[in-house]
Design a protein around this ligand. Structure first.
Ligand code: GLP
Length: 246
């Protein structure tokens, strides 16, 4: 695990955008796993600002998760978020945008379809992740057991609260369920970059880097992955020893 520290979230976002650009220059048909949430907003802003400099046309993008029961055009939907923050501003082929359909009639079949689509693309080359304050990745919430593949997740109140701003500030308006990539879907990516900013993430980051591997902190499973970079601002890194590199 490589730990990278940055003075602030803008420096972090710029470094991450540079890394994505380099990956795309090396492999224009890269399969890119993408997160939502507040954390990647600065990164998406960077990608928008540098869009002319980044070869988007061959990229195949797979989002980590989507809420169940709302239309993809609902302002709270991750699909709408991705269009607003990135896809509407870059030359990605719409056919290469993949986000679970939270309004599918048969949600289990949708989970299987999504997992199969990732496999058909050859698996994810670079997966970018945020982390929940409870240590979730995607919507793999802390539990006694975790799901391997794309599945329907029941959201913790904490996770619904942290998405409240997408639903007019009302956490109870946030759907109770989401479709999420599973742990094996995420750990199957050839490279993973996890991004965390702010003091609220410091405990989860500490568990991810220093703790035991436990389903009570799903991000801790990244310790078994051979190619993980954790990119942190000073506040998110505050509980790590200054020389922590693993
Ligand atoms: C969300 C998403 C995660 C995200 C996390 C952190 O709800 N499902 O993919 O990484 O919670 O979000 P934020 O960046 O807003 O703190």
């Amino acid at each position: 695990m490589i730990i990278q520290r940055f003075d602030d979230e803008d420096a972090l976002a710029s470094a991450l955008a540079t890394r994505v650009r380099e990956c795309l220059l090396a492999n224009p048909t890269l399969v890119l796993g993408l997160p939502t949430g507040r954390t990647p907003l600065a990164f998406y802003r960077e990608l928008r600002e540098r869009h002319a400099d980044i070869p988007w046309s061959g990229v195949r993008a797979f989002n980590l998760d989507e809420f169940v029961g709302i239309d993809k055009t609902h302002p709270g939907a991750y699909h709408a978020y991705m269009c607003r923050e990135l896809f509407d501003h870059v030359s990605i082929d719409p056919a290469n945008i993949h986000i679970p359909n939270g309004r599918a009639e048969d949600l289990k079949a949708e989970c299987r379809r999504y997992e199969a689509a990732i496999a058909a693309a050859g698996g994810i080359d670079l997966q970018i992740l945020g982390i929940g304050t409870n240590g979730h990745i995607g919507f793999n919430e802390p539990a006694d057991g975790l799901c391997a593949h794309t599945h329907i997740a029941e959201l913790e109140q904490k996770s619904r609260e942290s998405n409240a701003q997408l639903f007019g500030g009302d956490w109870q308006a946030v759907p109770e369920r989401a479709i999420s990539m599973g742990m094996a879907t995420i750990l199957g990516a050839r490279s993973v970059v996890l991004v965390a900013t702010g003091r609220k993430k410091a405990d989860a980051v500490y568990g991810l880097v220093e703790g035991l591997i436990t389903p009570q902190l799903p991000a801790s499973f990244l310790q078994v992955h051979p190619r993980v970079t954790v990119m942190l601002d000073a506040q998110a890194a505050i509980r790590l020893k200054p020389d922590t590199t693993r």
